[in-house]
Write a protein that binds this ligand. Structure first.
Ligand SMILES: [Zn+2]
Length: 249
């Protein structure tokens, strides 16, 4: 694990960078930086995951330029792994978010089911999870997770000028996708960009889950811990996706 001095140096650089960045005006839950001295192993990043998180955020060189296993060129920044079509770990990152939300729902005494079948008879689309008790306005909540890549060519023109543009676009696509079940469920898109920016519905969902968990456990830090878990899961997933682009030849 990184020593305290290294961590403090990174924290100073990161905060200075964030102050100058337009992402400061948006909710950007990179809360992993606040809890890496936590003794809870579930909320810690390995040295390598922290290195990848730092170099991505600061725009530094992360590796030697080379060719990916999918035959695309990878620059010294190594961002290709976040969106590589051959990167299996991208799906693990998605399932990790889904598991965290499912467990949080259970902890808030609202049982939930992952990938329920039969919600929409017309198109057969399945959200990532649905709660089995009413959440608000007499309706259960259904969520669907997506992790758009901030640095993907298709998003870069928007994300370079508007923090969270990729998350908002992905969230709107999810809302359109689940229009059929919106009459019977509250559909919440959870769009978390690879650079750490969330769509506002996801933030509100986690805050509300935290509030309901606190009502059960009487621990007022539930929402904070939930943000931490999601944030750490993103950085771990990014690091694994980054490493998946290396060939073993
Ligand atoms: Zn690739």
């Amino acid at each position: 694990m990184l020593c305290n001095l290294c961590f403090c140096i990174f924290l100073c650089i990161y905060l200075a960078y964030s102050y100058c960045s337009n992402s400061i005006s948006r909710v950007c839950h990179d809360t992993f930086i606040h809890n890496n001295n936590n003794n809870n192993n579930c909320l810690r990043l390995s040295d390598e995951a922290m290195r990848v998180a730092v170099v991505y955020r600061l725009g530094c060189k992360s590796c030697e330029p080379r060719t990916c296993v999918c035959d695309k060129a990878i620059s010294a920044r190594g961002l290709h792994g976040l969106a590589c079509r051959r990167s299996g770990p991208r799906h693990q990152r998605h399932s990790q978010f889904n598991n965290i939300l499912w467990r949080a729902s259970k902890r808030a005494s609202v049982p939930a089911m992952k990938e329920p079948a039969g919600l929409s008879r017309d198109d057969g689309k399945r959200p990532d999870g649905v709660m089995l008790l009413p959440w608000a306005k007499g309706k259960p909540l259904a969520w669907d997770v997506t992790v758009p890549d901030t640095y993907a060519d298709s998003h870069l023109a928007d994300t370079a000028t508007t923090a969270g543009a990729a998350a908002d676009k992905a969230a709107n696509n999810k809302v359109a996708k689940y229009r059929q079940i919106a009459n019977s469920r509250i559909c919440v898109p959870v769009a978390i960009e690879s650079a750490g920016t969330w769509n506002h519905q996801a933030v509100e969902l986690v805050q509300e889950l935290g509030r309901r968990m606190t009502a059960v456990t009487e621990d007022t830090r539930e929402a904070t811990y939930l943000f931490h878990r999601m944030s750490v899961a993103l950085q771990r997933g990014n690091a694994i996706s980054f490493h998946s682009t290396f060939t073993t030849k």
